[in-house]
Design a protein around this ligand. Structure first.
Ligand code: HEC
Length: 105
């Protein structure tokens, strides 16, 4: 009886963070596919449709991804005049970052 309680508890505690993280990655993927994929390669492979736009999987080579959180919150305009301005809320930012982190080379 106690034993099964402990097992259930361990399963709940053990999988919760992973599932939350997967949910974030999933909605981050949806977000960038909808808003960014017409210019950027947003997956683990492939070239950007807009040659000047860096593929998302190499962003970390340029700077730590955390820097992006700030840029996304303030409206990411720097350096890309041809890119529409995006302003994301905190939840969307954590989704997008979780996704970006998951695809970095
Ligand atoms: C209309 C095309 C277009 C769309 C849509 C677009 N981008 Fe970009 N993005 C660009 C271009 C072009 C560059 C390269 C600009 C440069 O290097 O000066 C770029 C660069 C970037 C960079 C690198 C900035 C830097 O300073 O190195 C990030 C990060 C980025 N985009 C994020 C996003 C995100 C997140 C989205 C979706 C929410 C998005 N972009 C949608 C065209 C676009």
């Amino acid at each position: 009886m106690w034993r099964s309680c402990i097992v259930v508890l361990a399963v709940v505690l053990g999988t919760q963070p992973v599932r939350a993280q997967e949910a974030r990655i999933e909605s981050g993927r949806t977000f960038v596919q909808t808003n960014c994929s017409m210019c950027h390669a947003v997956g683990r492979s492939g070239e950007s449709p807009f040659a000047e736009a860096p593929p998302f999987r190499v962003l970390q080579r340029r700077y730590p991804l955390e820097y992006l959180a700030e840029a996304l919150a303030e409206g990411i305009t720097t350096g890309h005049p041809s890119m529409p301005e995006f302003q994301l809320d905190a939840a969307q930012i954590s989704d997008v970052l979780a996704y970006l982190q998951s695809i970095q080379e």
